[in-house]
Ligand binder design. Structure first.
Ligand code: ARG
Ligand code: ZN
Length: 432
């Protein structure tokens, strides 16, 4: 796909429509026995094609139901076709594999291995940006979104959860299989499964949205109470961006601290260390900005994290009765004392750099907001979201919207925040 930070992620030649991920999991041994079936459309005449897949043992690959040859080289799984596939034809590829998934190192997240983890009796996945290939084969780039079905089989009494709607649960021979449907387009990095001893808590919001949260069985009531901020954040962001993008939302809380939270689509992962209002709201806003509207190149990540940090602080200002202006002045002060790089021109290891990407990204949006005022700012944000909902975006597309709605002066201001090595001074008062 030619990603500027991850040249090996993703493959051209086809477009995935659907993933069917069937995982039989033995949690105590941390082993899986799996079949992932992709349904795709060829975008060119294909004699062979690649999937991204790391580790595990592949025992069989079948295309349109017929076993075919394959080879592996690092994260590339090459499928050799007996019969070529013509451009425009729909086909399936089923990959059978087993073993213990191993998380991988990623230059963008130096502090944490990515993908499948087994820790203290719990299995969870945290894949952004590259780790999904540790547990299922895919076209592992956010520009190829697809629908998903997850089928997870675990011993009776163990709880399994995945991103999407729970549509079926069957028990036989001491094992329980749950099925999960993701009916909206999802980037591969946002797919997640969670297995352990969890309680499910469900509620419906007034607008009908399903909220289902998972907490460690026997958690104090205070853990669930702390999650009640998510529906409030959803209502707040719906005012700004329009209806919540997916069929459900929820939070799963691990029984141990994670040091981060992650916006897996419809079911964000947290540890007890991040279930407070700012981080809960941050993962909620990512459902619109990041999950529904996803960057087409990882170098544009400020569009996820700058928006999530800024709108998250906007929620906190409202929730706590503080002035947004004061919160942002505090952010600017913190940054003047720190080293930052411009968020529009980061290097791969700065992907989640809090000062550069989150804070200066948020201040970029705040400078625009201050320059153009509420009405124009919210119509820029809303247009940016509506234009790419369910798909992809990038910085140039955002700047085009700023140009169309607010003109070249606003574009120059945003560009100076995104690209100037020196951080600009804080803008005060609408001047347009
Ligand atoms: N997108 C996450 C957030 O909400 C950051 C995740 C970084 N950690 C990771 N394991 N990918 O800010
Ligand atoms: Zn974030």
């Amino acid at each position: 796909m030619g990603d500027s930070f991850y040249p090996l992620l993703g493959n051209s030649g086809y477009d995935v429509l659907h993933y069917d991920i069937d995982l039989d999991v033995e949690p105590s041994a941390n082993t899986i026995d799996a079949v992932t079936t992709l349904t795709a459309v060829a975008a060119a005449d294909l004699a062979a094609f690649n999937l991204d897949f790391h580790g595990l043992n592949v025992s069989r690959v079948a295309v349109n139901g017929t076993e075919t040859g394959f080879s592996r080289d690092g994260q590339e799984l090459t499928i050799e076709l007996v019969e070529p596939i013509s451009s425009g034809a729909q086909f399936t590829v089923a990959v059978s594999y087993s073993g213990t998934p191993q998380p991988i190192d990623d230059p963008g997240v130096p502090y944490k291995a990515l993908g499948w983890h087994s820790d203290q009796g719990v299995i969870y996945t945290a894949s952004e940006p590259s780790g999904s290939m540790t547990w299922y084969p895919s076209n592992n780039h956010p520009t190829d979104k697809a629908n998903f079905t997850f089928r997870i089989t675990v011993p009776d009494g163990v709880t399994a959860a995945a991103t999407g709607l729970l549509t079926d649960e069957i028990s036989a021979n001491g094992r329980t299989t749950t099925t999960w449907q993701m009916n909206d387009p999802m980037a591969t990095y946002l797919a997640a499964v969670y297995i352990g001893d969890f309680e499910r808590h469900e509620q419906r919001l007034d607008n009908g949205l399903l909220i289902r949260d998972y907490v460690p069985r026997g958690s104090d009531a205070s853990v669930l109470d702390s999650l009640a901020v998510a529906p409030e954040a959803i209502r707040f962001f719906e005012e700004i961006l329009g209806p919540y993008p997916f069929d459900a939302y929820g939070t799963i809380v691990m029984p141990f601290p994670l040091g981060f939270a992650l916006e897996n689509q419809t079911l964000s992962i947290h540890g007890p260390d991040t279930v407070y209002p700012y981080v809960i709201a941050h993962e909620v806003i990512h459902q619109w900005m990041g999950d529904s509207v996803t960057v087409d190149d990882w170098s544009h990540i400020w569009l996820h994290e700058g928006f999530a940090h800024y709108l998250g602080l906007m929620f906190i200002a409202d929730f706590t009765g503080q002035e947004l202006e004061a919160l942002m002045a505090g952010e600017h002060l913190e940054l003047t004392a720190a080293e930052t790089s411009p968020p529009g021109a980061i290097q791969a290891h700065e992907l989640f750099d809090f000062n550069t990407v989150y804070r200066r990204g948020a201040l970029t949006l705040h400078a625009l907001h201050t320059l153009v005022g509420d009405d124009l700012f919210f119509s820029i944000v809303r247009t940016h979201y509506d234009q790419s909902a369910g798909g992809n975006t990038n910085t140039d597309l955002f700047l085009e919207i700023v140009d169309d709605l607010a003109g070249t002066g606003a574009v120059s201001l945003v560009e100076s925040w995104l690209y100037d090595p020196e951080m600009p001074g804080i803008v005060s008062g609408p001047t347009l």
